[in-house]
Design a protein around this ligand. Structure first.
Ligand code: NOJ
Length: 804
């Protein structure tokens, strides 16, 4: 069953059936002023903090309500509906609608009883309020009189938990007022004698507004219970039913903004109005409202600005392959998903309720990788920030607070940090993610001076970027387990695998091996010969250890517990085969060709399913060791043999690095949202964004996916596809192009912005191979192998690579 389609020209996903299997969401604005909106207008908003800046209320894990509702009532027939299908939910035989989720805007079109409506929702570029622009057209043959009512449900407290839980308090600090064209919602209005910004008993007066522009307010209501009416719901508010709002304001209980206007339309006539929401005082609210006097023009201008901005961002890498699913993901939706994870981290979604109070180190450093090829300058800023959250011992702070104060932070060694963040220890992998991320940035941008930039450490001191990377090596080197591999510490990438402080993780060992390879390249660039020699010695030693201790016939094991038990051994009754050590053995360059192909074959045979490869097999049930926290999950879910989507990116990359284009593409397609557009009833999640995991074969809901949007999957798949399948691999001096594509692709093209040059790349595969290069021409000149030194690139560079 499908519910919509991709409009690649407009970079929109168009939902043609509003009764989707789950709320299908989009992101508006940024965490400065952030808004989530579903295809039925459900969702919430916040300023600065999902936890402490919540403005519009949303009830999680329920019926996708409340939302940004605009009701339309025909005053002659007294029939009413909403500009989004829900909440009124008219019969879909009579109510036709489309929801266009675009890049930072959502537009809902509806046709009902001869009235065509277009509801456009967005946060203007760089602004901190939201706009709901409603355009109504009378497509009937008669004059029509419509009462339009906008409804915004305010939280009673900026703090999400206080609003939801502490009702005996939060319901008695809230009130609303009406002023000419808007409802003013005030929290702690009783403190309005205090100077602006002055706290009384740690509390501030907080102002929100809900305004109407483009028409005059004919009636209004600021009290939720009064607007809805007892035993009514969002589908039939009494204020809408009557066609006239009562004028009641809120003093205690629940505030809302409800504004009605009567609109008269002749046949074919169109009118625009807009509702505005923000957390602003009277003066600022008025200034904002004035800008929308010419509603149509202003909203069109702002929408165009958003489109220009976002489409510009995405345009830096565009590809045309024979696969429509691949194109739409790489050109628009996976890329947009990468920007969303990069900007929003794990701040707010319909599953992350906004209470995370910082950035996870590994997640954030990984997220950066997804946008480096599109916006290296944005990546740079975040890399600096994450380096400044590295402790002087080289480890990463497990949680980097939103108000991170580089040079002055406590660390997991301090009880205060543990108390504040809940993270009791360093994790073994955090700082190791810096290596691929910093390397990708240097190679993409060519900004090698960055290695010499001085950046503070989180707690004290400072060092160049190169020094930061060296300290990250020291961190692992100073914490080796009994076999000589990095110690497990609190956990590695897998939150549910506690090998013990002195256990050893094969995954981290492989990451460490890879890290040494990367820093060796930096050492060579810096002509740091002594350090290079040191690295060679240590890396060889580690390689030997991994081979001796972790290779197990046809697979790499997952690690050792602190008591010496092997995890992921072929003969174990449960969890005897793990995905990540196999992909990372290839990515890191540790595996020999034979090991690599054997391990990848074992993955394909043992772990692959029609929705992607499961994280391990069989799931834990009766044989979990003490640190195998995955056993707490139902079999086939999350880390307990779920299809952990993030890991799909690594298996795509690993197969591609081995030149196995068919397999790499198979893994892409199995888990790609766009490839499941027609299986929406199984996948449930939006077909245009990734989720954290898909239920594996051990679940009765095999194929159902969860935890939309904010997942490291976005970046790992992007890297797997761009560096792996498409083979775009910059290094310090140029670009290697090494595609690994399905045999049946006879050609593909790519446009890539690279260090200020426009690359026009055409790849031919006349003889149905998966990888290889028989010829590479750069502006007509033949290159050696598949490598283009940067100095061969001109402002517009034509590149033709023939695989076969
Ligand atoms: C989700 C976490 O955000 C991420 O940091 C972790 O690596 C994965 N779960 C796997 O456990």
């Amino acid at each position: 069953m499908k519910y919509g389609y991709f409009d690649d020209t407009k970079r929109e996903y168009v939902i043609t059936r509003p009764d989707t299997p789950a709320p299908w969401a989009n992101y508006l604005g940024s965490p400065e002023y952030g808004a989530l909106i579903s295809n039925n207008a459900g969702g919430y908003s916040f300023a600065k903090s999902g936890a402490n800046g919540r403005i519009l209320r949303y009830i999680f894990n329920q019926f996708d309500q409340p939302g940004r509702y605009m009701y339309i009532r025909d005053n002659k027939t007294q029939d009413y509906w909403s500009a989004s299908w829900q909440p009124v939910g008219k019969d879909l035989e009579a109510y036709k609608s489309e929801c266009h989720h675009g890049t930072a805007y959502t537009k809902m079109l509806a046709d009902y009883s001869g009235i065509h409506s277009e509801a456009l929702y967005y946060v203007p570029l760089d602004q901190t309020y939201e706009v709901w622009n409603l355009r109504l057209t009378n497509q009937s043959a008669e004059d029509r009189e419509l009462t339009v009512t906008g409804y915004a449900e305010f939280t009673n407290n900026n703090n999400y938990e206080q609003d939801q839980i502490n009702l005996q308090y939060s319901q008695f600090i809230t009130r609303t007022e009406f002023h000419e064209n808007r409802i003013r919602h005030v929290i702690h209005g009783n403190l309005d004698w205090a100077k602006e910004g002055e706290e009384v008993d740690d509390e501030l007066v907080i102002d929100r507004f809900f305004a109407l522009t483009g028409a005059t307010v004919d009636s209004y209501c600021g009290d939720r219970e009064e607007f809805l009416g007892r035993y009514h719901g969002y589908n039939n508010p009494q204020g809408v039913e009557k066609g006239q709002l009562s004028g009641e304001m809120c003093y205690n209980q629940n505030g809302c903004g409800a504004l009605s206007t009567v609109i008269r339309l002749k046949p074919n006539e169109t009118k625009d109005i807009a509702f505005l929401v923000g957390m602003k005082g009277n003066k600022e609210a008025k200034e904002i409202i004035v800008k929308y006097e010419n509603t149509t023009q202003q909203c069109e201008k702002e929408l165009n600005e958003l489109i220009t901005y976002w489409h510009g961002r995405l345009s830096h890498f565009q590809v045309q392959t024979p696969s429509a699913e691949f194109n739409t993901m790489i050109n628009t939706w996976n890329a947009y998903n990468c920007f969303i994870t990069f900007i929003w981290s794990r701040a707010a979604s319909f599953f992350y309720c906004g209470l995370r109070n910082g950035y996870g180190y590994r997640d954030t450093v990984q997220d950066i990788q997804g946008i480096i090829h599109l916006a290296p300058e944005m990546a740079l800023e975040k890399i600096r920030f994450m380096l400044s959250a590295q402790v002087d011992n080289g480890g990463g702070l497990p949680l980097v607070k939103f108000n991170h104060n580089a040079g002055h932070e406590d660390t997991p060694e301090d009880a205060s940090y543990v108390k504040e963040t809940g993270h009791p220890e360093y994790r073994a992998d955090d700082a190791l993610w810096l290596f691929p991320t910093v390397y990708k940035y240097l190679a993409e941008s060519g900004n090698m001076e960055f290695l010499d930039e001085v950046i503070p450490f989180a707690n004290k001191d400072e060092g160049t970027v190169y020094e930061h990377l060296k300290r990250a090596i020291d961190f692992s080197m100073n914490r080796l387990g009994v076999h000589g591999m990095p110690a497990g510490l609190y956990a590695d990438w897998n939150d549910c695998l506690r090998l013990g402080k002195n256990g050893e993780s094969a995954f981290v060992a492989l990451q460490f091996y890879y890290a040494m390879d990367i820093i060796k390249r930096c050492a060579e660039y810096k002509k740091d010969t002594q350090y290079g020699i040191y690295l060679d010695e240590k890396k060889n030693m580690l390689g030997k250890i991994i081979n001796e201790c972790c290779w197990n016939e046809d697979r790499f094991i997952r690690g050792y517990t602190q008591t010496g038990e092997i995890i992921g051994c072929k003969t174990d009754p449960e969890a005897n085969m793990w995905l990540n050590p196999q992909s990372w053995a290839v990515i890191s360059g540790l595996a020999s060709e034979e090991q690599a192909d054997t391990a990848l074959d074992t993955v394909y045979q043992r772990l692959n399913t029609e929705y992607g490869a499961i994280l391990m097999d069989p799931p834990y049930y009766k044989h979990a060791f003490e640190g195998a926290l995955a056993v707490i999950y139902n079999a086939g879910s999350k880390e307990n043999a779920g299809i952990f989507s993030q890991s799909q990116g690594w298996i795509i990359l690993a197969e591609a690095l081995r030149g196995h284009g068919d397999r790499a593409f198979t893994y892409f397609m199995e888990n790609a949202p766009a490839a499941q557009n027609e299986k929406a009833d199984i996948r449930k999640l939006e077909p245009y964004c990734y989720g954290q995991f898909t239920e594996g074969k051990d679940s009765p809901h095999f194929g159902r996916s969860h935890v939309h949007w904010l997942t490291g999957t976005a970046s790992t798949i992007m890297v797997g596809c761009v560096e792996g399948i498409l083979g775009m691999r910059p290094d310090f001096s140029g670009l290697c192009i090494s595609p690994s594509i399905p045999k049946e692709w006879d050609t593909f093209t790519a446009k890539k912005e690279f260090r200020g040059k426009h690359l026009h790349i055409q790849v031919y595969n006349h003889n149905q191979k998966e990888s290889g290069c028989v010829e590479l021409l750069v502006n007509g000149e033949a290159m050696k192998g598949n490598y283009i030194p940067f100095e061969k690139m001109t402002e517009n560079t034509d590149i033709v690579l023939t695989i076969s």
